[in-house]
Design a protein. Structure first.
Length: 162
């Protein structure tokens, strides 16, 4: 039985965690804004971002297929950094006094979505065009899980001690 819930932590530690979550969320949602700028949050936008749109003479912005080096850099850096982000968020979710089934989902799902999203982007780039739909669904699940986790953590931080 877990007894050291986040709402029982010292005020200073709760302030640190709350500040960390705010700063982390600024980074997360600004990255999401970048995704919107580069893909318009559409399946065709995702495809064009990685495979280019050179055949579309009426495109407002010309995009070219990403190079091997660029794709390896994107996949590598995002999987490493986002796995650390979601691991830290999962540890904080663990310490919130809440439904254990939902907590388990919120702790594991974003990590699965990181691999699915960036693996999907890689396979899309390799020519499996249907992966753009997998990327969209897994990216949406990742974002929803992150958002719900942050809400849950803030709820735990503001919950009164018994």
């Amino acid at each position: 039985m877990q007894t050291n819930y986040i709402h029982t932590w010292a005020k200073e530690l709760k302030l640190l965690v709350g500040t960390f979550i705010v700063v982390l969320s600024i980074g997360f949602y600004s990255g999401l804004s970048f995704v919107g700028e580069t893909s318009s949050f559409s399946s065709n936008g995702i495809q064009e971002n990685y495979l280019g749109n050179e055949e579309n003479e009426e495109a407002e912005e010309m995009k070219f297929k990403k190079t091997d080096r660029h794709m390896l850099s994107v996949v590598h850096s995002h999987i490493l950094s986002m796995s650390m982000i979601f691991f830290l968020v999962a540890v904080l979710v663990f310490y919130v006094d809440f439904n254990s089934v939902l907590k388990k989902f919120l702790m594991i799902e974003p990590l699965v979505s990181v691999v699915t999203t960036f693996g999907g982007i890689y396979f899309l780039w390799k020519g499996l065009l249907w992966m753009k739909y997998i990327v969209m669904v897994s990216g949406l699940l990742m974002t929803l899980s992150y958002s719900l986790s942050i809400i849950l953590i803030f709820w735990g931080l503001t919950k009164k001690r018994n």
